[in-house]
Design a binder for this molecule. Structure first.
Ligand code: GLV
Ligand code: MG
Length: 346
């Protein structure tokens, strides 16, 4: 195991030192863009004002014969657009693909100074993170980059889920992790054909009551994995995200999945369709009523200790900490979102 004092040394001579603390960024939605499509790229300058992160997707959903066009389209888009405080990420192809090495070499070489995060698909263990970590350091050194590029892992293989704690702790370059429900379902041999969300046949059936009526409730296929991912991420100071929700026609199911993830500790989700942007914005920005109540807790316990009653509910050091999570998030949202800022009254 590495000595603690060596963890923050650059992995290549001339590469920037890893961050000791992750930059505080609002990342309620990671909006996926297929960069090989010129007409989609043309909309990116408008998109920048609406989303927290723009991600150029090079992996799944990009046809094999468009991989190079997607890579070059991403580079053109990154050069042409001023992203301001909106994050710029890319999802590169998997480590075992014929495209990944050139994805990274071209993109870091051309637009490494604008790139915040590389999303790495199909991460199975620390070895995948260590490889990318080293390669990024070499490329950062070669191109004289001043700011380290972060790594975001997709949790989408059974082996990755088994190793999730070690993956979260693999490098100070780790930004966070997203659930990849489609690949994960395949990897686990789950019998589904969906991208995220529940399944009507995954349910709990109550015992027959007096009239023989039996209540049925659909259960959440992803609860266990999200909870495990959130613990691994929180324990290592990185962020957890719900991934994609593929049924664009079911906004209510999308919102419900996103909200469960938010309540369990996730910071955001992927948006694959413009209709999902307002959903993610609504879900991953704390509710103004909750923010107001959380502020009352903080105000009632200025030093964060003791016990007080508010509206008949007991508050103590632990609820103070919960309130602080909500108010801190509201402040981060307010700094970017003027509409919510006035609702939060911060
Ligand atoms: C995302 O990449 C997924 O496989 O769900
Ligand atoms: Mg996937």
């Amino acid at each position: 195991m590495k000595l603690a004092r060596n963890v923050f040394k650059p992995l290549a001579i001339g590469a920037p030192s890893p961050f000791r603390e992750l930059p505080v960024r609002l990342e309620r939605m990671i909006h996926f863009v297929p960069p090989h499509l010129e007409k989609v790229r043309a909309k990116v300058p408008d998109l920048v004002a609406q989303v927290d992160v723009v991600l150029g997707n090079l992996e799944d959903a990009i046809p094999a014969d468009a991989k190079e066009a997607a890579r070059e389209g991403f580079i053109a888009m990154a050069k042409a657009v001023d992203f301001g405080t909106t994050g710029l990420w890319t999802r590169i192809n998997a480590l075992n693909s014929p495209w990944m090495l050139d994805d990274l070499i071209r993109i870091v070489g051309e637009v490494g100074d604008k790139l915040d995060v590389v999303m790495l698909p199909k991460v199975e263990g620390v070895w995948d993170i260590h490889y990318l970590d080293q390669l990024l350091a070499q490329l950062e050194a070669r191109h004289g980059l001043k700011k380290p590029i972060l790594i975001h892992a997709i949790l989408e293989t059974a082996e990755g889920v088994k190793n999730v704690d070690a993956i979260a702790a693999a490098s100070p370059r780790m930004h966070g992790m997203s659930l990849g429900p489609a690949d994960l379902a395949a990897s686990r041999a789950m019998k589904t054909t969906r991208v995220g969300g529940g399944h009507p046949e995954y349910k709990v059936l109550a015992d027959p009551g007096d009239g023989g009526v039996r209540a049925i409730a659909q259960q959440d296929l992803w609860h266990y994995t999200i909870a495990k991912m959130v613990d691994a991420c929180a324990a290592n100071g990185i962020k957890a995200f719900y991934g994609p929700f593929g049924d664009f026609s079911d906004a209510m199911a999308c919102e419900t999945q996103f909200r469960n993830a938010f309540l369990l500790g996730c910071a955001g989700a992927w948006t694959l369709h413009p209709s999902q942007i307002p959903i993610a914005k609504r879900v991953f920005s704390p509710d103004p009523g909750e923010v107001a109540f959380a502020r009352r807790i903080l105000d009632a316990m200025p030093d964060g200790s003791g016990a007080v009653m508010i509206d008949g509910k007991m508050q103590d050091d632990a609820t103070w900490k919960q309130a602080k999570v909500i108010v801190d998030l509201a402040r981060t949202v307010a700094a970017k979102d003027p509409d919510l800022s006035s609702l939060y009254n911060l």
